[in-house]
Design a protein around this ligand. Structure first.
Ligand SMILES: [Zn+2]
Ligand SMILES: [Zn+2]
Length: 146
């Protein structure tokens, strides 16, 4: 069973308005990630992420970034607004052509989001409710290593 992959056309700005992101085109994958890094980055139990081709993303303004090694051995870079701290996109050294979009950035225009899996279920907390039907992977699914 494969998750439908919507084609989206959305534009939004960070809380202070200094940085904008537009995404146009088909979504490659949609997932929830409960890794410890995503818990810290979101301040919640998991991140809700849409993977899109790098070419689908247009950034306006200047983001600040922070890179650190991920559990996969790749270097994971999180980008955020330097003024208000709103999370922008993430990227992995293992998938340089993919951008990981926190779907909450497009609050009010993200009803298209339909996650197909939960990754890093090994660190998911019981209080963080996730739909029962979603496939869970202890770490990464074989084919997806963000
Ligand atoms: Zn901002
Ligand atoms: Zn994660």
């Amino acid at each position: 069973m494969s998750t439908p992959r919507p084609s989206i056309d959305v534009t939004a700005a960070c809380a202070c308005g200094a940085v904008g992101m537009a995404v146009q085109g088909p979504v490659v994958s949609m997932l929830l990630c409960a890794c410890l890094d995503c818990q810290r980055a979101t301040g919640s139990g998991h991140a809700s992420v849409a993977l899109v081709p790098a070419t689908a993303l247009t950034l306006t303004g200047t983001a600040k970034s922070f890179a650190r090694p991920a559990d996969s051995g790749a270097i994971f870079t999180r980008n955020f607004c330097p003024d208000c701290g709103t999370p922008l996109f993430g990227q992995s050294s293992r998938a340089p052509d993919i951008r990981m979009i926190p779907v909450g950035f497009f609050a009010g225009q993200n009803a298209w989001f339909a996650p197909g899996q939960l990754i890093f279920a090994r660190s998911q907390q019981a209080w963080d409710l996730v739909a029962d039907h979603l496939p869970r992977h202890a770490t990464y699914r074989e084919a997806v290593r963000p």
